[in-house]
Design a protein around this ligand. Sequence first.
Ligand code: ZN
Length: 294
Amino acid sequence: MRGFDGRRKQLLAGGGALLLCLVVAAALEHARAAGTGFGIAGAARQRSTTLTLPPALANVAVTEARRPGRPLVLIDPGHGGGDPGATGVSGAVREKDLTLMLARELRDRLAANGRVRVALTRDADASVPLDTRAAIARSLGADLFLSIHADSAANPLARGATVYSLSEVASDADAARFAAMQSVAAGAAGAAEGSVRALLADLAVRDEMNASADFAVRLLGKAPGRIALRPEPHQFAAFRVLRRAEAPAVLFEAGYLSNAEDEAMLQNPVVRRGMVSALAGAIETEMALAQTSR
Ligand SMILES: [Zn+2]
């Protein structure tokens, strides 16, 4: 995380002014094209330029920490709306509902502790494209992106949680196939993003991968007694949504809905409370370390 922050500051110092110009130019172009919804407010000639987010991103509520200047954690409940994700073996549990429930419980825990700022990519049963989820992370300048899912497998005995961290190379064929599935659903890249932004993102992505892996290890360290893990629980995958978030990013698979015991466990509020404790503890430790390195 230290290395990541340092590198990002250097990158921003070198390319920040140009990047800001491009972003502002893109905003103006967008406003001209759309005629509405994307404007520049406030004293734009001075240092503080406030961009109003596009309408699709406008409904994200950020819960502030007790003190100002705390890192922002973006929690991403997988699926939603017309995309239910996996269905439990009982037929009664849908992944999209479970991920939203877990994400809200984690958000509420982090908000109660007040050590970090926290937001959700969706706080309703709504369809949010993967690229929009990543765009929300970039727009908010999220310091950590945590996507929450629940697994499903043909083997009904497969069970336990998995933590995927961002990587260029998938750790096995299953992870590669899963990442490819997620990426196809994401569609084409946003046209408003110029090549300079892409270059900065590429230079930063290695540090993001390291920070993602660090966070995954920290989370797994908090798991004993709280999260039932599958064998080899730390996996690597080149998820598009993680890569494009431009922040240390991890995808947490809470367990297998295709396994009857996991399905029942994930519906148990006591089990989820332990899971949320582990997630919140890992997040708060990671963010405290990130802050001391600033
Ligand atoms: Zn999923």
